[in-house]
Ligand binder design. Structure first.
Ligand code: ZN
Ligand code: ZN
Length: 254
């Protein structure tokens, strides 16, 4: 089994020019699962040479455009490329109308879509297939938002926080996973600003990773962070600060 993370977008709306808005593709063998599809991130999907016909599901954390505005672009391209599967779109139910409006932007370009809306209680089952199982949890953001915990069956677990400030649910769930993909919108020292805007700092993410004893910490939704190496170690934790189009291999067993 092989498990890879493709970083299609690693920034928020306010980020350096080199960072497109948030989107991560989890590739388990041939299957592709997208976590957020931020504005402009489809171009990086194309550059990554992933096969769009292998997309199985799209998971949306919240309403902000730096997480959802590429959705119609995906639908249009999948329709043109002859996508014949049923695309699952999983999102919080409180943004139902927005998702419907986004899907209307692709008039006459239709593919089969199975929309699943999550009511937002902690530990809600979001998705289950032969490769992965996904649960959702509440984040702490300026709009209501979700985090997703993924189990690549019997192999490893990943928690993607989306946009969030530190919170007790995150603390509990981070303690149960191998890989933590964490909001790192601000530099250390900007905690007040970060938390007031529903985000985290690099040091919030590192503190949590140490407490939770994760194996890998991946910092995303990166703003204007200076002089940070792409990878470094803190205790036994490997920390990554991926750029757009970077790929992290979590498992590659032939
Ligand atoms: Zn964001
Ligand atoms: Zn947001």
């Amino acid at each position: 089994m092989s498990v890879h993370l493709y970083f299609l977008g690693t920034g928020g709306w306010v980020a350096p020019a080199s960072r497109t808005c948030m989107s991560i593709a989890l590739k388990v063998d041939e299957n592709i699962y997208l976590f957020d599809v931020g504005e402009g991130s489809f171009k990086n999907f194309q550059k990554s040479k992933l096969n769009p016909l292998n997309i199985k599901a799209v998971f949306i954390t919240h309403i902000h455009g730096d997480h959802i505005l590429s959705l119609p672009t995906y639908i249009a391209n999948l329709a043109v490329f002859g996508y014949s599967k049923v695309l699952k779109i999983i999102s919080p139910e409180w943004i139902k109308e927005t998702i419907r409006s986004l899907l209307k932007l692709t008039t006459n370009l239709k593919i089969k879509i199975d929309l699943k809306y999550l009511s937002g209680y902690n530990g809600e089952l979001a998705y289950d297939d032969e490769k992965i199982k996904v649960w959702s949890y509440r984040a702490k953001h300026v709009s209501e938002a979700l985090m997703y915990k993924v189990s690549v069956k019997n192999k490893l677990t990943i928690l993607y926080t989306g946009d969030t400030s530190p919170n007790s649910v995150l603390e509990t769930e981070a303690g149960k996973v191998d890989v933590l993909i964490h909001d790192a919108s601000f530099m250390q020292g900007f905690e007040k600003l970060a938390h007031n805007t529903g985000h985290s700092t690099i040091s919030d993410a590192i503190k949590l990773a140490l407490k939770a004893k994760v194996r890998k910490l991946i910092l995303t939704h990166v703003g204007f962070i200076l002089n940070l190496p792409k990878t470094f170690k803190i205790d036994n934790i490997s920390v990554y600060v991926p750029k757009d189009l970077d790929v992290i291999t979590l498992m590659d067993e032939k």
